[in-house]
Design a protein around this ligand. Structure first.
Ligand SMILES: [Zn+2]
Length: 86
């Protein structure tokens, strides 16, 4: 495969991190609750704990990476609403 083709493939297959996957699976109500957590700057450890209690297996590091914009979906502007910096 050529470099250009590989680059194109990579750009098209923008992956979504675990946190976004969980977020996108939420009903609208839960999404707005989550958005409130972000705007009130809840700690990533706290968010991970609540999600865990809800039955989602996600670690604090995963939450933190996403909030800081260093996760696999950080380039997808679509999910900007769930970033701390947004
Ligand atoms: Zn993410």
């Amino acid at each position: 495969m050529s470099l250009r083709a590989t680059q194109k493939r990579l750009e098209q297959n923008k992956s979504v991190c675990k946190l976004s996957t969980i977020y996108l699976s939420f009903v609208k109500d839960d999404q707005s609750v989550f958005d409130e957590w972000i705007s009130s700057k809840k700690p990533s450890g706290w968010i991970a704990r609540v999600l865990l209690l809800e039955g989602h297996s996600v670690g604090e590091k995963t939450v933190k990476r996403h909030l800081d914009g260093f996760c696999s979906c950080s380039e997808g502007t679509k999910y900007k609403g769930v970033y701390r910096g947004a």
